[in-house]
Design a protein around this ligand. Structure first.
Ligand code: ADP
Length: 421
């Protein structure tokens, strides 16, 4: 392993994993901090530890991040990367500043950068100000985020409120001059440098400038320049995106618990294309009328006789969801569906199913937990942001595609299966 990354949430970890993978690194994503990363470190150039620390109290976020840092270092990481959201999601209490500062103290260093820029997604930093497409972040919908409202666009000011470490700007004029100029600006004095970046070329130049720093902090895009330098240094050879991913033979299933508009379109498209489908109703699950046994039996019966895998979905129109929530409560309605889908996944894995596609962020979390895996090799990307992954820590080989509700194109389910053919 060369790069050890700590991501403050799961989707952010996948995002970073994909950027590293696209740029030729073999990547394993780990959910939570295991006792040891030695086994996975041998199979990867980069290990990305996915935490759930973005909105925890700062002290907790620091502890989790330091645990991850220690595990990554013990497994041989030569450089650490602290990954947060490209909208710099944080409050005056943290967690970006406190975690970055704690990692610096842990590593015994006094210089790093902070660069959330992600031009492909419309996030740029200019004169230290964060933009979301054409708006300052403080004018964007992020100003009203329920947990981390961003009301100040000046990142030097924002970060200065979160840490006692000095914070200063490396302006775009310096970035444009090149990697040496950026490196010189960073080494000038101790502190955390907010680095301007308005396009991918800037990020690649910054990557070159910071490849020698023990710690880099930023959005996932600032990592895109690192693999080139590792290759030139001879630390890695080039891997094609998804190298090392093997789809095990066996039956598959699609489990959808997302009610998002895109997932519902994907379901409609898969049904039209002939996928055998079973619709679940939250109230029937709660009453015991729909059981794991019955749903798993449907999938087992249909899988051998269909080209597309069976599709089990609870996804429904907002009025149907509202009715279930009114009767069961919002949380309970979500839980009964998640528990059923996760139970079906576990049952099918026990019966030899090897390929699982799940739709929905929470749904995917429940299914991954039920399948008992927390180390995932990043495979080929199906649609932007969603790769096939293979489990490295299950008794029998499994591959999974975990999709957030709104991700993927309308034909995502078919496309995912074609990729395994
Ligand atoms: P997304 O990524 O689209 O947000 P999630 O899986 O994160 O999808 O969230 C969807 C939530 O809705 C889950 O908790 C799921 O169990 C719940 N849910 C799914 N179908 C229904 C339904 N028919 N009635 C009530 N809740 C549902």
């Amino acid at each position: 392993m060369i790069l050890g990354a700590i991501a403050d949430d799961l989707t952010g970890a996948t995002d970073l994993s994909l950027i590293l993978s696209r740029n030729g690194m073999r990547v394993v994503q780990v959910i939570g901090v295991p006792d040891t990363l030695d086994a996975v470190a041998q199979q990867a150039d980069a290990v990305v530890v996915a935490l759930k620390s973005r909105t925890n109290p700062a002290g907790e976020a620091i502890e989790m991040s330091l645990d991850a840092a220690r595990a990554l270092q013990a497994a041989g990481a030569r450089q650490l990367f602290f990954k947060y959201c490209s909208t710099f999601d944080s409050t005056d209490e943290g967690n970006i500043g406190p975690v970055a500062a704690a990692l610096m103290t842990h590593l015994g260093i006094d210089r790093t950068i902070a660069c959330p820029s992600f031009p492909e997604n419309g996030r740029t930093v200019y004169k230290g100000h964060l933009f979301v497409f054409d708006q300052l972040i403080s004018d964007s919908p992020m100003k009203d985020h329920p947990l981390t409202p961003m009301r100040d666009p000046d990142l030097v000011r924002v970060l200065s409120r979160q840490t006692t470490r000095p914070v200063r700007l490396v302006p775009h004029e310096t970035v444009r001059t090149g990697a040496n100029a950026i490196e010189a600006a960073i080494s000038e004095e101790p502190g955390i440098c907010i680095v301007d970046a308005i396009c991918d070329d800037d990020l690649r130049t910054i990557g070159r400038a910071v490849a020698g720093l023990p710690l880099v902090t930023g959005g996932s895009a600032v990592a895109m320049g690192l693999p080139d330098v590792y290759r030139e240094t001879g630390w890695i050879t080039s891997a094609a995106p998804g190298d090392g991913f093997v789809a095990p033979e066996g039956h598959g299933v699609i489990l959808a618990g997302s009610c998002s508009a895109m997932t519902r379109r994907q379901i409609a498209a898969a049904r039209k294309a002939g996928a055998p489908a079973l619709h679940l109703d939250a109230l029937e699950i709660a009453s015991g009328a729909t059981t794991i046994d019955a749903v798993a039996a449907f999938v087992e019966a249909e899988a051998p006789r269909s080209k597309l895998p069976p599709l089990v979905f609870s996804s429904a129109d907002p009025d149907v969801v509202a009715k279930a929530q009114a009767e069961l409560g919002r949380m309970r309605a979500g839980e009964v569906v998640e528990e059923l889908l996760a139970g079906v996944a576990a049952r099918l894995a026990g019966r030899g199913f090897t390929r699982f596609l799940s739709a929905g962020g929470e749904t995917s979390g429940a299914i991954v937990a039920a399948l008992g895996t927390s180390a995932l090799r990043i495979g080929p990307e199906i649609d932007p942001g969603v790769p096939w992954v293979s489990a490295l820590d299950t008794e029998r080989p499994l591959c999974l595609a975990l999709k957030s509700g709104n991700f993927g194109s309308e034909t995502f389910f078919m496309k995912a299966w074609e990729m395994l053919a």
